[in-house]
Design a protein around this ligand. Structure first.
Ligand code: NAD
Ligand code: IPM
Ligand code: MN
Length: 344
C-alpha cells in the first residue's frame, strides 16, 4: 500500500478556527473516496502562546517540514498579542522556513450576484521583500529593509509565466521600479529575461499604482498578476473585493523546487477577523477553496473539482453568509457545501 499523504492542520486563531472546523469533515470524505490520507492537528496560535509561551517550537517546525506533505492553515492574529509576535513566528516562519516562495491567490467570480465577472490570479512572492523582518527603530527614525534575491524572484516569475502560458492570458508584473530601483530593478531584469524565453505570453510590467486604477476601471484585460510580497498582499485583497470579499478568497503557497517533504501550505486570504470570530459569522468558502487548491497540488484533481463544484452549487442555490448579503451562519454554510459534495 502507498504510504499515507500526511496533512497538518493548524487552525490558529479566531475566524481561522471557525472555518477550519467546517472543512475538517472533507478530509474524512476524501478518505471515503479512497485517498490514503492522515491528518494531524496542531495547537499553535494565540491561546497556546499565552498559555505556554510557545509560538512554533523548533521541534514542531522540523516535524511539519519532514513529516508532512502539506499544511492546511486557518489564520493567526489576536488582539491579546498586539505586536503579532506569535503570528510572525508561526506563519512567516512556515512560509520562509519551508521556502514556500510562490503564493497563488486566484479570484474568480464564484456565484450569481457575487461581485462582477472577474478572473484574475495573483502570484505573490511569499518569503522576501519587507517580510525579511530586518529593521529597527531608533529615536525619530525607523528602518524596514526589503531584500529581494534572484532565485526567489525567478521562481515566482517562472511560475507566473507558466500559468499565463497554460491559461493563455496576459501577464502583468506589478512593480515600482521607478522608485525602488534596486529591488524592483532586479524584478524587471528577470522579468525581461523570462519574457524573451516565453514569447507566446503577452507580458508587460506596470507601475503598481497605475495598475490598481486600471484594474478597478476594467478588470477584463487582466489574467495573471505577478508581484513581490508586499504589493502582492495588497493586490490580492483588492481582487478579493471584486468577487464578494475576504470570506471567499483562497490561497496556496508552494515550493516549486521541493526542498523538503512539506511542499505546500493552503490558507484563506483573510485573517483571524476578531470582529466576527467565534460568533458563527465567518464565511468558510475561502477555506473550502483553499483545501481544493491543496488537493489539486497533491494530484487529487477529482476531490479538488468536487469541492469547487460544491461551493458553486451552494452559491447557485442561494446559500449566503451575512458578508454576502445572506443569513446563514458559518456551520450552515459549511453544511450547504458539504451536502452538495455528498450528492456529487
Ligand atoms: P481580516 O482579513 O481578518 O478581516 C478584514 C475584514 O474582513 C473584517 O471586517 C472581517 O470581519 C472580514 N472577514 C475576514 N474573514 C472573513 C470571513 N471568513 N467571513 C466574513 N468576513 C470575513 O483582516 P484584519 O482585520 O486586517 O486583521 C485581523 C487579524 O488577522 C490581524 O491580527 C492580522 O494581522 C491577521 N491576519 C492574518 C492573516 C493570516 O493568518 N494569513 C491574514 C490577514 C490578517
Ligand atoms: C496574509 C496576511 C499576512 C501577510 C500577515 C498576517 C502577516 O495579511 O496572509 O495576506 O501580510 O502576508
Ligand atoms: Mn494579507
Amino acid at each position: 500500500m502507498d504510504s499515507a499523504v500526511r496533512i497538518a492542520l493548524i487552525p490558529g486563531d479566531g475566524a481561522g478556527r471557525d472555518v477550519m472546523a467546517e472543512v475538517e469533515p472533507c478530509l474524512a470524505w476524501a478518505r471515503s473516496r479512497g485517498r490514503n490520507l492522515e491528518a494531524v492537528a496542531f495547537p499553535y496560535g494565540a491561546d497556546h502562546f499565552l498559555a505556554t509561551g510557545e509560538t512554533l517550537p523548533p521541534a514542531a517546525f522540523a516535524e511539519l517540514r519532514d513529516g508532512f506533505d502539506g499544511i492546511l492553515f486557518g489564520a493567526v492574529g489576536d488582539p491579546r498579542v498586539p505586536d503579532g509576535r506569535h503570528a510572525e513566528e508561526i506563519l512567516l516562519r512556515l512560509r520562509q522556513g519551508l521556502e514556500l516562495g510562490v503564493n497563488f491567490r486566484p479570484s474568480r467570480s464564484a456565484g450569481p450576484g457575487l461581485g462582477i465577472p472577474f478572473d484574475v490570479e495573483v502570484f505573490r512572492e511569499n518569503t522576501e521583500g519587507p517580510y525579511c523582518l530586518q529593521g529597527h527603530t531608533e529615536p525619530g527614525r525607523a528602518v524596514d529593509l526589503a531584500v529581494h534575491t534572484e532565485p526567489a524572484v525567478r521562481r515566482l516569475l517562472e511560475a507566473a509565466f507558466r500559468r499565463a502560458e497554460e491559461r493563455n492570458v496576459p501577464l502583468v508584473l506589478a512593480h515600482k521600479a521607478n522608485v525602488l530601483k534596486h529591488g524592483h530593478g532586479l524584478w524587471l531584469r528577470v522579468f525581461e529575461e523570462l519574457k524573451a524565453a516565453h514569447p507566446a505570453v503577452s507580458a508587460r510590467g506596470m507601475h503598481a499604482d497605475a495598475l490598481l486604477c486600471a484594474l478597478v476601471q476594467d478588470p477584463k484585460p487582466f489574467g495573471v498578476i505577478a508581484a513581490d510580497n508586499y504589493l502582492g498582499d495588497l493586490i490580492s485583497d483588492l481582487c478579493a473585493g471584486f468577487i464578494g470579499g475576504m470570506g471567499v478568497a483562497p490561497s496556496l503557497s508552494w515550493a516549486p523546487h521541493r526542498p523538503f517533504r512539506c511542499t505546500a501550505l493552503a490558507e484563506p486570504v483573510h485573517g483571524s477577523a476578531p470582529d466576527i470570530a467565534g460568533r458563527g459569522l465567518a464565511n468558510p468558502i475561502g477555506m473550502f477553496l483553499s483545501l481544493a487548491l491543496l488537493f489539486r497540488h497533491l494530484g487529487w484533481t477529482g476531490e479538488a473539482e468536487a469541492l469547487e463544484a460544491g461551493v458553486e452549487a451552494a452559491l447557485h442555490d442561494g446559500a449566503r453568509t451575512r458578508d454576502l448579503g445572506g443569513t446563514l451562519g458559518t456551520i450552515e454554510m459549511g453544511e450547504a457545501i458539504r451536502s452538495r459534495l455528498r450528492e456529487s
